[in-house]
Design a protein around this ligand. Sequence first.
Ligand code: PRP
Length: 217
Amino acid sequence: MNTDQYLTFALGKGRLAEKTLQLLEKIGITCEEMHDKDSRKLIFVNEAFKTRFFLSKGPDVPTYVEYGAADIGVVGEDTILEENRRVYEVLDLGFGNCRMCVCGPESARELLLHHERIRVASKYPNIAKDYFYNKKHQTVDIIKLNGSVELGPLVELSDVIVDIVETGSTLKENGLQVLEEICPLSARLIVNQVSMQMKQERIKKLLADLRGALAEN
Ligand code: PRP
């Protein structure tokens, strides 16, 4: 297969991928095979539209796009900030809205106010580091976790966490609060820098169609 002819999309597995497929369907780009939840297939090709899709772990999406293994990626702004890859971020897709926050028990509020040297657990060590060191000028110890970060303060691994808050129910069910808000987040479309030149016409049309579909929402 000459992959130059195809427009290749890398989608982060899960909710964002489903919403992305719904949006692409609105502009006439479909990929029926991808809706099969039981499938273990990794790459899906639509010959009629000359498009290829693959699903990967969210944090790997900017990597595939930077290296040109995918022309286009859809991923949360959190991942883009954390991974800091050389890609063009071209479109806010308007879904996957949530916030990056510092969270913890109410008792940790004092520690933040007084710039104490605290422990911060996060799946996003770069975002946490940037926030505490560059924005708050507070020295902290950052502990990288890979999920269920809310456990950090509950088992006294850390004083606070830096994590995504969407509905707030995970925090609530675990007796934690939002203590500080770092930034709002949403799903973004990213493009490989070479593809932006070499596949300019197709990508421009895709972006125009997507903007049109988003405006109708
Ligand atoms: C994310 C995030 C929070 C939760 C927030 O975790 O890390 O734990 O969702 O959502 P809420 O505000 O609606 O409760 P995810 O479900 O991705 O799993 P993980 O904890 O294993 O990373």
